[in-house]
Design a protein. Structure first.
Length: 237
């Protein structure tokens, strides 16, 4: 008799091959985190989840997640949750993560789930992703319209991610205006459309350019805790 095939489960690679091996108590439960409408499953040790206050609170006795021993996040982007879980185990944001839309989703998720250290690490990676190195030269790139589209509905006024996005647009439009005037660039055309459709982004950027005393500074070269978030007015360690 042929054994029935096990149903296929979607998986997602999270940890890099060189991440440190971790040891857990033998009684540590495995908690599935079910993500997105297509129900991608991430398996995470409960001892790891309990180190992060949002997830620890989520698994308190009496709550649905504690009783069912699983966490459902149906509206989240799997790539963003992969960044979170990677951080939980290895405390890194992989250097090869340079998709700015994916990183912005990760930042928004880190902020939502009260993980400021991860949000700061992602912000550092976002700043690096604003350029590409081609034949030894750093090439400026246009911010993808989809990147801006996801920031404003998912962040509040004063968000460091919003501040970076505005500084990035102000700087790049000032030093490379032809990139944004080009009708041959799909990204430039889509960005113009987005700016006209979303009055909030356009208005904030208008005030940036109207402030004649505002210095044109490259946000990727700001040092220290610039664009970082800190709990209770603290500073980065």
């Amino acid at each position: 008799m042929v054994s029935p095939k096990r149903p296929r489960e979607d998986t997602y690679e999270v940890l890099p091959s060189n991440s440190k091996r971790l040891c857990f108590a033998t009684d540590s439960s495995i908690i599935p985190i079910i993500v997105s409408p297509i129900k991608i499953k991430f398996l995470v040790h409960e001892t790891i989840l309990s180190r992060f206050k949002w997830f620890k609170a989520c698994l308190k006795p009496g709550l649905k997640e504690h009783e069912e021993k699983k966490i459902d996040l149906p509206e989240e982007d799997p790539a963003a949750i992969a960044i979170i879980i990677e951080w939980m185990y290895a405390k890194i944001v992989r250097p090869d993560r340079n998709d700015i839309k994916e990183l912005a989703n990760g930042y928004i998720a880190a902020d939502k789930y009260s993980m400021p250290e991860l949000a700061n690490a992602i912000m550092d990676q976002i700043r690096l992703s604003a350029y590409r190195t081609v034949d030894g030269q750093r090439i400026h790139i246009i911010a993808p319209p989809a990147w801006l589209q996801q920031i404003w509905p998912n962040t509040s006024e004063g968000s460091p991610l919003r501040e970076y996005a505005l500084d990035y647009l102000h700087y790049s439009m000032s030093v490379a205006p032809d990139l944004y005037r080009s009708e041959e660039s799909l990204s430039a055309r889509l960005l113009k459309t987005k700016m006209m459709e979303d009055g909030e982004i356009g208005l904030e950027l208008l005030w940036y350019f109207a402030d004649v005393g505002r210095a044109v500074q490259n946000p990727s070269k700001q040092v220290g805790c610039y664009y970082h978030v800190h709990e209770e007015g603290g500073r980065c360690k």
